[in-house]
Design a protein around this ligand. Structure first.
Ligand SMILES: Nc1ncnc2c1ncn2[C@@H]1O[C@H](COP(=O)(O)OP(=O)(O)O)[C@@H](O)[C@H]1O
Ligand code: SF4
Ligand SMILES: [Mg+2]
Length: 322
């Protein structure tokens, strides 16, 4: 079956004099129908810019310069503005850490969801109010009828998150892109929102691309994991395989930072050093300056991505499978 989202060899760079300042550099990723794929990596690796690329929402400082993005089989890179407006919300929706990025402070929750439905021809003026309540109930908004008439600032952080999810789901997208959706919430609310997203996946059959730095959440909810470093996917595979037996030194380093390793008596270590700035490494593997397994080859030649037994790995010296 065709994937819902298929990204091939995507490249985006900072506008400006340096033609090598790539923030996304040859990224390929697919998400199947109903699949939950987690995209993980340190801050600055390009996860949010990847999410923005899919709906062509990149900030003006960043320019798409190559590659292909297919959403439900349609080419997003070549799309006109009018087509893009149709696709946003109906094929793919994005939710963010900060709900006010999506919600309009000057409109009631009911009005914003109704406008979304009406713009995309998903309801009529007569049926809109009932559909809005249905959507708010779908995201388990308590006392939906009262909340519908409120403005976003009257809701708690957790309820605002639910309102944003209802808005994102209003036009039944095939894929929901969730960029650190629960990072700003306290732990109990985080768990409720993640459970809600998974229930919605089961109920609506939509796929989820989940961007998170929380490997505990990844272990619980993802079917597959893609690990991103300096604009590229360095390792990808089924969640259990990848978390139990990381083969790329960067994945292994990230997992060594997991708190329960510390609880088990291991030391909680950060990977020493920082990710490279866009354009600062022109040759070889971008992880080489921080990699304990780096060799002379690594500093000269950028590793190609190889696919072995359902795992994709971009490394000259991957760990051997157990
Ligand atoms: N608005 C922007 N203008 C210029 N550079 C940006 C902007 N947003 C992000 N970047 C740069 O793009 C790179 C990737 O950032 P981002 O996708 O936000 O990373 P992540 O989401 O993985 O933390 C970083 O080097 C960051 O500095
Ligand atoms: S290619 Fe070399 S430097 Fe890069 S991750 Fe693999 S071993 Fe480390
Ligand atoms: Mg981000």
């Amino acid at each position: 079956m065709n994937p819902v989202l298929s990204i091939s060899d995507l490249r985006a760079r900072l506008r400006g004099p340096d033609p090598h300042a790539f923030v996304i550099d040859g990224l390929s990723l697919q998400v199947g129908r109903g699949e939950v794929v987690a995209l993980v990596g340190e801050s600055g690796s390009g996860k949010t810019m990847t999410a923005y690329s899919v709906l062509r929402l990149l900030p003006s400082a960043i320019q798409l310069v190559g590659g292909e993005i297919l959403l439900g089989g349609q080419d997003v890179v070549g799309m006109e503005a009018r087509q893009l407006r149709e696709v946003r919300g109906t094929l793919a929706s994005i939710i963010f850490q900060e709900p006010m990025t999506s919600l309009n402070p000057l409109m009631t929750i009911e009005r914003q969801i109704a406008e979304m439905l009406l713009t995309h021809g998903k309801t009529t003026r007569q049926t809109a109010p009932a559909r809005v309540i249905e959507l708010l109930e779908l995201v388990r908004m308590p006392d939906a009828r009262t909340r519908a008439r409120q403005y976003p600032h009257s809701l708690s952080g957790g309820l605002r998150q639910r309102a944003m999810i209802a808005l994102a789901l209003a036009c039944e997208p095939q894929i929901l892109i969730a960029d650190e959706p629960t990072t700003a919430l306290d732990v109990t609310i985080q768990q409720q929102v993640m459970k809600l997203l998974l229930d919605l996946r089961d109920q609506l059959g939509m796929a989820i691309l989940l961007i998170t730095h929380d490997l505990g959440v990844v272990a619980e909810v993802a079917d597959r994991v893609a690990v991103m470093y300096a604009g590229r996917i360095v390792e990808e595979g089924p969640v259990v395989d990848l978390l139990e037996a990381p083969r790329h030194p960067y994945t292994a380093g990230l997992l060594a930072c997991l708190p329960d390793v510390a609880e088990a008596g291991g030391r909680l270590v950060e990977i020493p050093g920082l990710p490279p700035k866009p354009g600062s490494i022109r040759e070889g593997c971008r992880f080489a300056p921080r990699c304990p397994s780096a060799t002379d080859l690594c500093t000269r030649v950028s590793p190609e991505t190889r696919i072995e037994a359902g795992r994709a790995i971009a490394c000259h010296h991957p760990r051997m499978p157990a």
